[in-house]
Design a protein around this ligand. Structure first.
Ligand code: FE
Ligand code: FE
Ligand code: MG
Length: 167
C-alpha cells in the first residue's frame, strides 16, 4: 500500500489483516447461509422471509467486497481458498437442515449476533488508530444490527400469527 497510508495506522497491520480475513470468512459463510436459506425456506410468510434473506445475502456479499478491498489496500492477501473459510471463521456456518421459517430465522439471528460482536470488537480496536478501517467496520456493524432486527421482527410476526390461530 501507499507508504503514507500505512504510516498513519497506529496498530499492527499484520494483526489487523488477520482479523479482516477472519471477518471475510464469516461474510462468505453468512452469504451462503442466507442464499441457500432463501432457496429452500418453507412455511408461513415465505415471501417476506425470502425477500429478507435475499437482501441480507446481497449485503453479506457486499461486506466481503469491502473487506477484500481494504485487505488489498493494506498490502495483504485476501483468502483465495474456500477451504480456509472454515478454519478462519469466527461465527461458523449453520446449515439450514430444517427448512421451516422459524429455525432458519433463528439460525440467522445467531449468526448476526456473532457478527455484531466481531464488528464491535473491530470498531473498538480501530477507533482513533485506523480511521479508514474504522469507517468500513462501522458501516458493516450498522448493517448487521439492522439484519438482526429485521429477522427478529419476522420471528415476532410469526409468533403473533401462531397465537392468533390458536385462539
Ligand atoms: Fe455481513
Ligand atoms: Fe448480516
Ligand atoms: Mg433487511
Amino acid at each position: 500500500m501507499g507508504s503514507k497510508g500505512r504510516e498513519i495506522i497506529k496498530i499492527e497491520v499484520n494483526k489487523l489483516l488477520k482479523l479482516l480475513n477472519k471477518a471475510l470468512a464469516d461474510e462468505w459463510l453468512a452469504y451462503y447461509q442466507y442464499w441457500i436459506g432463501a432457496k429452500i425456506v418453507t412455511g408461513p410468510m415465505r415471501g417476506a422471509v425470502v425477500a429478507e434473506l435475499d437482501q441480507h445475502a446481497g449485503d453479506e456479499l457486499r461486506h466481503a467486497g469491502m473487506l477484500v478491498d481494504r485487505i488489498i489496500q493494506l498490502g495483504g492477501t485476501p483468502i483465495t481458498e474456500p477451504k480456509d473459510w472454515y478454519d478462519l471463521t469466527n461465527c461458523g456456518y449453520e446449515a439450514p437442515k430444517d427448512p421451516f421459517v422459524q429455525p432458519v430465522l433463528e439460525q440467522n439471528v445467531k449468526g448476526e449476533q456473532c457478527a455484531i460482536e466481531v464488528y464491535q470488537k473491530l470498531t473498538e480496536m480501530t477507533r482513533d488508530k485506523d480511521p479508514i478501517t474504522y469507517n468500513i467496520v462501522l458501516a458493516i456493524l450498522q448493517d448487521e444490527v439492522e439484519h438482526e432486527e429485521d429477522l427478529q421482527a419476522l420471528l415476532e410476526d410469526l409468533k403473533e400469527m401462531k397465537r392468533r390461530f390458536k385462539g
